[in-house]
Design a protein around this ligand. Structure first.
Ligand SMILES: *[C@@H]1O[C@H](CO)[C@@H](O)[C@H](O)[C@H]1NC(C)=O
Ligand SMILES: *[C@@H]1O[C@H](CO)[C@@H](O)[C@H](O)[C@H]1NC(C)=O
Ligand SMILES: *[C@@H]1O[C@H](CO)[C@@H](O)[C@H](O)[C@H]1NC(C)=O
Ligand SMILES: *[C@@H]1O[C@H](CO)[C@@H](O)[C@H](O)[C@H]1NC(C)=O
Ligand SMILES: *[C@@H]1O[C@H](CO)[C@@H](O)[C@H](O)[C@H]1NC(C)=O
Ligand SMILES: *[C@@H]1O[C@H](CO)[C@@H](O)[C@H](O)[C@H]1NC(C)=O
Length: 510
């Protein structure tokens, strides 16, 4: 008996990735390329986060004849709610204009800042233009006016990821429509770790029941980045790439907000598979889980139809009640299609406080004009294996649009409604928000006192054998000794050959 447990633990230790402590002080990633251009500004200025933006007046990134082929202008009227840097000034184009950034090869965030208002006599409602970068069409027949999030939030940024190939520069070109004009308020360029989003050929992404290879020949546009169950995370609190994470409340579908367990001071144990730059700790220490009476967690996200989407789910078990495999098991569905079944975060990570993210690709069928459509996301308990709790969990979510076969990300402008709210379908019930309850799930079996005694005994005896990962492995062992709890055979059932292969290949990356 003892021998088989030891063997089992030995196997586990070799499948589980090693954990590393969170980095103390300083961001997890330091960008090697970092350019902030405040277009139309005459001097360098700092934004509210303390970042210094360069004027684009005498910049080497613009052509030498920039002043002759474009003009600069100040926003007027300037809404007091809009940040002055970089939105108060713009460079306006009546003909094609390119910025050219000499950067080394690799993936880059390209963030374009727009504030649709009036520039000199030019009303942004009359502006339609295209933006291309390194052969990708990022925007086409684009109206900043029609794409403004809301009258109370008129300025916005668009975030893309472009892979700059060897011997390429990053060329960003603005092309006004005939008899129209283009403008830009700010351009941000930030490098990112090579394999953060592009895992290459050795790690294909699940696409329904097929595999999808996301290559560096694809450009991405980020549409949503959510700190699920938490608050907005400012760009300076990201792990070094200035990604903004927003709360998910606006996208919850229906009236069921579940609960939002959080444990801000819990140390998150990053791994080789989930390095500290993946997402800041706050994303993993806040979460949304199902309430007692819920049947699922549901969100709706307006997206452009006719594109593939990359969905990255961030998970981390932080609730004291869930420490073992087969305690919280759920299915993930997108538009009523299952994209993954029997998700067991502890099974994936090997323990609590260990973060993990999983990618899926989905296709959103074209409505004929690449108009908006709601992407519906649903997490619901899977009770086939009789898990301890009927519950589901999510900590973070990123949604990216993938460039199509024509290397385009361009879609139709939204209809002008005067107010395009983030999700017209989402019903907001403010009273239900932020039920930061702690005891949110209830065991279906009790009697843990004897087991607790065993935990202590076993932890103690194992300390000398496994110096690292004690907290993870000792729990496995303890729980498997309880008669009313999953037996090793139940747990072993989960280790299909494919899964072991995946786990081992993931553990060996980097
Ligand atoms: C911008 O911030 C830096 C410190 O980050 C400071 O040294 C500089 O004086 C600031 N510039 C302006 C124009 O406020
Ligand atoms: C710009 O055009 C929009 C839509 O036609 C209009 O509502 C707005 O008042 C105009 N702004 C100015 C400053 O003329
Ligand atoms: C893109 O991928 C190819 C093939 O995997 C590789 O040779 C090339 O270096 C990559 N380019 C960049 C910029 O990462
Ligand atoms: C959840 O259910 C348990 C019993 O299953 C009950 O004791 C508890 O009060 C319920 N909690 C809420 C918030 O409804
Ligand atoms: C690519 O462009 C061609 C020609 O404009 C068009 O017929 C085709 O539908 C486009 N493909 C996609 C995936 O949009
Ligand atoms: C450009 O967008 C406007 C507003 O959505 C639309 O009315 C117009 O038909 C589009 N033009 C082209 C050429 O697609």
């Amino acid at each position: 008996m003892m021998l088989s447990y030891t063997l089992y633990l030995f196997l586990l230790l070799h499948i589980l990735p090693t954990t590393t402590s969170a980095v103390v002080g300083g961001p997890a990633y330091t960008a090697t390329d970092f350019i902030l251009l405040n277009c139309g500004a005459s001097s360098d200025l700092n934004d509210t986060s303390g970042r210094s933006w360069d004027s684009d007046e005498h910049t080497r990134y613009a052509p030498p004849n920039a002043a002759a082929i474009s003009s600069i202008s100040t926003a007027s009227p300037m809404d007091p709610s809009v940040f002055q840097v970089p939105y108060e000034t713009a460079r306006v184009f009546h003909s094609t204009f390119s910025y050219s950034f000499p950067v080394p090869a690799g993936p880059k965030f390209l963030r374009l800042y727009f504030y649709p208002t009036t520039y000199s006599t030019l009303n942004a409602s009359q502006s339609f233009f295209s933006v291309t970068a390194n052969g990708f069409t990022l925007l086409s027949n684009f109206s900043t006016f029609l794409n403004s999030p809301s009258p109370s939030e008129p300025s916005f940024k668009k975030e893309f990821i472009i892979n700059v190939q060897e011997n390429q520069r990053l060329e960003v070109t603005f092309i006004p429509n005939t008899n129209s004009f283009a403008f830009i308020n700010g351009i941000e360029l930030v490098s990112l770790p090579d394999h953060l989003y592009f895992k290459g050929d050795h790690m294909p992404i699940k696409f329904v029941d097929q595999l999808f290879y996301l290559t560096n020949e694809t450009a991405l546009e980020n549409l949503y980045r959510l700190n699920v169950g938490g608050n907005d995370v400012e760009i300076q609190d990201d792990s070094g790439m200035f990604r903004a994470w927003s709360q998910d409340d606006d996208y919850i579908f229906g009236a069921d907000f579940g609960y939002t367990p959080h444990a801000e001071d819990l140390p998150i144990k990053y791994t080789d598979q989930t390095p500290p730059y993946s997402a800041p700790e706050i994303v993993y220490t806040t979460s949304r889980v199902m309430a007692n009476t819920s049947i699922s967690l549901e969100w709706a996200f307006p997206v452009d139809s006719g594109f593939f989407y990359l969905l990255r789910f961030h998970f981390c078990e932080i609730q004291l009640e869930v420490t073992e495999q087969n305690e919280r098991v759920f299915d993930v569905s997108v538009d009523n299609q299952p994209v993954d079944v029997q998700v067991d975060v502890i099974y994936w990570t090997g323990g609590t406080k260990i973060p993990i993210f999983r990618d899926y690709v989905v296709w959103v069928i074209n409505d004929g004009r690449r108009g908006k459509k709601d992407l519906r996301l649903s997490l619901s308990p899977n009770t086939l294996g009789h898990p301890k709790y009927n519950n589901a969990l999510l900590n973070g979510l990123e949604i990216f649009k993938l460039s199509d076969a024509n290397r385009s990300l361009a879609a139709a402008n939204p209809e002008h409604t005067g107010c395009s709210s983030p999700s017209p379908l989402a019903l907001k019930l403010p009273g239900n928000k932020k039920n930061k309850g702690s005891s949110v799930i209830y065991p279906v079996m009790g009697s843990l006192i004897g087991i607790l005694a065993m935990v202590i005994a076993i932890c103690y005896s194992r300390q000398s054998i496994y110096k690292h990962g004690l907290s993870i492995t000792s729990r496995y062992r303890t729980w498997t000794t309880g008669s009313s709890l999953p037996l090793p055979s139940d747990l072993c059932r989960y280790f299909s050959l494919d899964e072991i292969k995946t786990a081992t290949s993931m553990a060996t990356i980097d």
